[in-house]
Ligand binder design. Structure first.
Ligand SMILES: *Cc1c(COP(=O)(O)O)cnc(C)c1O
Length: 393
């Protein structure tokens, strides 16, 4: 017998094992949980790490029980080819985006590009900053699915802000191509990875900054967001100076005498949910242990399965392409039903789905949609149950 193509030596488990490993790491896996994109299910070890840190803070004093977050920073940074010192912890993805964009010194008249698919909170932030600072906001062209056409990217933009995956649609933006084009034109790129880190591959994008959050696909605790900034440019500083991230200087370079410390630390808040940051570190390491590529493949498979089973059920239609490689599935209602009513029926059947309101992507969504976002390990049966709920309006 000849052995052809011996299996590649890899430390990652096969995609089929991801679901079992994910469930095994959670003593209690809520059945019917289909809201990973809203708030995922943290593992037992993540919860233990949070509680253990809270206990240490009580026993030793909060300022004495300082956790070592180095491994967590390294695990997050590795997902985007960055270094541990490039990671700054904040309180949410929104807070991280506000710190990043709010402090960016772009001259009046600067041109900031974003797509109409952009996250509602970021659109509001950009509008406010544009009005206050005299920036011009420019549309990045998108196709019928809301996918950015990288080749149409205007070469003389001063900043580009892109959500890799939106909150309201499972379309995965071509971040690699956008990153390459931005680099070629010298345009800084902010990539919002709140819905993509832990879900799809983000490596190789080489963005100027990444904005992330803990509780979604990384399955960390609530109350933590983060930035990864592999080398802030001189124009980049936090919106608000902090004692930990800034120091005084008597003269130039800063007119106000407030100088940011080197690297991403200028963005990090020193007070915050420190226990939750420790928990996120554990979650990020668990993601590496599962194997990021195996998790991505597993989630893409769940998304395809869900879309195939749900599209057409009771007249509901999947909004993104059926084979989009993500596990964020959105559905538009048929006449006579609504996402709010369907979500309520799902809840009665012990299925947790979410309603995405228009405001989540105000320039793209025409009305609310139902969002189905299975965590790894979701059994096929759950989608059959949801299909029956959708059909029973
Ligand atoms: C959730 C989300 C955010 C904001 O993150 P929070 O932690 O909720 O503040 C930003 N962008 C996208 C695409 C999101 O899905």
């Amino acid at each position: 017998m000849t052995v052809r193509n011996p299996p590649a030596r890899t430390r990652e488990p096969a995609p089929a094992d991801v679901g079992a490993a994910w469930r095994a790491a959670r003593g209690v896996m809520p059945a019917g949980h289909l809201d990973a994109a809203g708030c995922n299910v943290p593992s037992d070890r993540v919860l233990d790490a949070v509680v253990a840190q809270l206990r240490r803070e009580r026993e030793r004093g909060g300022y004495t029980a300082v956790p070592d977050l180095a491994d967590g920073r390294a695990a997050l940074a590795a997902l985007v080819d960055a270094a541990p010192a490039d990671v700054a912890f904040l309180e949410s993805g929104t807070a991280a985006m506000a710190a990043l964009l709010g402090g960016w010194r772009l001259a009046p008249g600067s041109r900031v590009g974003h797509a109409r698919t952009e996250y509602g909170g970021t659109v509001m932030l950009l509008r406010r900053l544009a009005a206050r600072n005299g920036w011009h906001l420019l549309d990045l062209p998108v196709d019928g699915d809301g996918r950015i056409a990288p080749e149409a990217l205007h070469p003389d933009l001063d900043l580009v802000v892109v959500s890799h995956i939106g909150s309201h649609s499972g379309v995965v933006q071509p971040a690699g191509e956008i990153g390459a084009l931005c680099r070629a034109s010298g345009i800084p790129l902010v990539l919002d990875v709140c819905q993509s880190l832990g879900h799809v591959d983000v490596s190789g994008t080489r963005a100027t900054a990444y904005v992330g959050t803990s509780r979604k696909w990384l399955a960390g605790p609530r109350g933590v967001g983060f930035l990864v900034v592999p080398g802030p440019t001189p124009a980049m500083d936090a919106a608000t100076p902090t004692l930990g991230g800034h120091h005084w200087a008597d003269a130039a370079p800063a007119a106000d005498g407030v100088i940011p410390v080197p690297g991403a630390a200028r963005y990090e808040t020193s007070e915050g949910a420190i226990a939750a940051r420790a928990g996120l570190g554990v979650a990020a390491r668990e993601h590496h242990a599962l194997g990021p590529h195996a998790v991505h493949a597993h989630l893409a498979g769940l998304g395809r399965l869900a879309r195939g089973l749900l599209d057409g059920a009771g007249g509901w239609r999947v909004a993104e392409p059926l084979d989009e490689p993500s596990a964020l599935v959105t559905l538009r209602p048929p006449p006579g039903d609504t996402p709010v009513r369907a979500a309520a029926r799902a809840a009665e059947a012990s299925l947790l789905v979410s309603v995405v309101p228009h405001a989540r992507a105000p320039l793209h969504l025409r009305g609310p949609v139902l969002r189905v976002s299975p965590p790894p390990g979701t059994p096929e049966e759950t989608f059959h149950r949801l299909a029956r709920v959708l059909a029973a309006s």
